[in-house]
Design a protein around this ligand. Structure first.
Ligand code: ADP
Length: 498
């Protein structure tokens, strides 16, 4: 890249406040890096409290009119946005791959393809914002209305940035709320592109998008007195802060937080080949396991422990790490230096333990092309116990621990012995066993004999410290983005005075 191109690439991209594309009030910016090259690729405004103030004021001003737009018309706006998102999928996918390091073929493109589905799903649900009538007798008409909450403050992470943005924007707007969203500092560019497409079909101020850091922009947003609902996806530590700030002024929160999900293999399927792909998919290895639903604790029955691990490690070793934009690449990079160092520290800890057996992977290469980016190698430690730090803490990187089991009750105790409870995976051909296990695992989402991603329509969210609330479905939209009002009307007035 020559000097002129490089200056153009770094010219700060604006953020969206009140329908206008603006810089931060302070004029400050933050750089965005391509984690595959460690080169800066853009700069975005560094929003602070003053910018939050403007964005919330815009959303507040836009709320009365937007909330009175007939729901079907709001739905039509989402459907129009969906058509553009579909047409521009590849552009969004490449932007996300470049800023996150997620491989285009395996992660960024499927993520971008999901956007139009999400907007279509919620666009079609606008007429389902129905209330009920309550049978209180012939003398009273008592009914409920589903009313929007007001300004929604939404904060998203970097791991699936545009998907998670869409999952908050579409239901919140469909229900008649207005939104101030803060993108993650590591991955704001795809979300800015998404917002620019949305803005073409929305009145000004209905959607506002801020870029900036958590403490400088996220915190004033979460604490703002005019924000009537907080919707947060990110770490459990920050989720606790958000919930605390929400408690100060009694506003509802939806939290989608971390996970340390069990992936359970029963012996009846242990020799079958599809299991290997299932474990890899559950672990989200092709997303560098930067997923809160990663099946990162592999409970392998002892009868098939060694044979599954042998085939699993052989298959994992064939996955190709490399340039995220290359079609042949299976696995891209970790998002940034901090996360990369964190993942490496867990691998080092595993390597340093006498009771850990490295099956595949290890520390990242420190020379060759992969050393230029934050490439972490898929790593599996065997013979782990469930009380290792590696088995308890969310690593958010490709480090899988394999734990042997024989007794089902004991395995279930270990699977549930976690402060997280987001997802789980169960593999067996015995449907009775599968469902018994699925029902006993403490997790918001259990998949049996598959390990796919979320699909619009299924209520998604966590048990325990993995979160509160559901956002992916009709019920999620109703519960998370509306409030019920009851209206009771006396139908038995005395006759008017003559
Ligand atoms: P991760 O470890 O995945 O980056 P975080 O919870 O730190 O998860 O970040 C998720 C989102 O929360 C990001 O948009 C980040 O800027 C924001 N965030 C981080 N710290 C705070 C904070 N103190 N207050 C509000 N938002 C925050």
């Amino acid at each position: 890249m020559n000097a002129i191109d490089s200056a153009a690439a770094l010219a700060p991209r604006p953020m969206l406040i009140n329908g206008a594309w603006v810089q931060a009030a302070s004029g400050e910016t933050i750089p965005v890096e391509n984690p595959a090259t460690r080169q800066p690729i853009a700069a975005v405004p560094r929003a602070r409290a003053a910018d939050v103030e403007q964005a919330v004021a815009a959303a507040q001003a836009a709320f009365p009119a937007w909330s009175r737009v007939p729901p079907r018309e709001r739905g039509r706006a989402l459907l129009r946005i969906a058509d553009v998102l579909e047409a521009r999928t590849e552009e969004i996918a490449r932007q996300v791959a470049t800023e996150t390091g997620n491989a285009l073929r395996t992660q960024a493109r499927p993520e971008a393809q999901g956007l139009s589905q999400i907007f279509r799903y919620f666009g079609g649900l606008a007429s389902e914002l129905k209330g009920e009538t309550i049978p209180l007798g012939e003398q009273v008409l008592s009914y409920t209305r589903r009313e929007p909450l007001g300004v929604v403050g939404a904060i998203i992470p970097w791991n699936a940035p545009v998907l998670l943005a869409a999952l908050k924007i579409a239901p919140a707007l469909c229900a008649g709320n207005t939104v101030v969203m803060k993108a993650a500092e590591d991955a704001p560019l795809g979300v800015l592109l998404l917002a620019s497409i949305c803005q073409e079909h929305l009145p000004q101020g209905v959607l506002n998008l801020l870029t900036g850091t958590g403490p400088e922009a996220g915190e004033p947003l979460a604490k703002h007195p005019a924000v009537r609902k907080l919707s947060f996806t990110g770490s459990t530590a920050v989720g606790k802060l958000i919930m605390g700030w929400a408690a100060e002024r009694i506003v509802p929160v939806s939290l989608e937080l971390g996970g340390k999900s069990p992936c359970v293999i029963y012996p009846d399927v242990g020799e079958e080949e599809w299991i290997i792909d299932g474990i890899i998919a559950a672990m989200r290895f092709t997303r560098q396991s930067q997923s809160c639903t990663a099946g990162s604790r592999l409970f392998l029955h002892r009868k098939v422990f060694d044979s599954v691990l042998a085939r699993l490690s052989a298959k994992v070793a064939t996955l190709k790490l490399g340039d995220p934009l290359e079609e042949s690449t299976d696995i891209g990079t970790i998002i940034n230096r901090k996360q990369f160092d964190r993942v490496c520290s867990y691998v080092k800890e595993g390597l340093g333990r006498d009771d850990a057996r490295l099956v595949v992977g290890g520390l990242p290469p420190n020379e060759g092309p992969l050393s230029k980016g934050y490439f972490a190698v898929p790593t599996i430690f065997a013979d782990a116990t469930n009380d290792w730090r590696l088995a308890r803490e969310e690593i958010f990187g490709p480090v899988l621990v394999a734990i042997p089991w024989e007794d089902e009750a004991q395995m279930l105790r270990m699977a549930n012995d976690s402060h997280y409870g987001l997802a789980a995976y169960v593999f067996t051909r015995d449907i009775g066993t599968a469902l018994r296990t699925a029902h006993q695992i403490e997790a918001g989402w259990v998949q049996v004999n598959q390990a796919g991603g979320q699909v619009p329509g299924h209520s998604y969210g966590g048990y325990k410290q993995s979160g509160i609330g559901r956002e992916f479905s009709l019920e999620g939209m109703l519960d998370s983005f509306t409030q019920r009002k009851n209206v009771s009307v006396n139908l038995a007035l005395p006759p008017p005075p003559a």
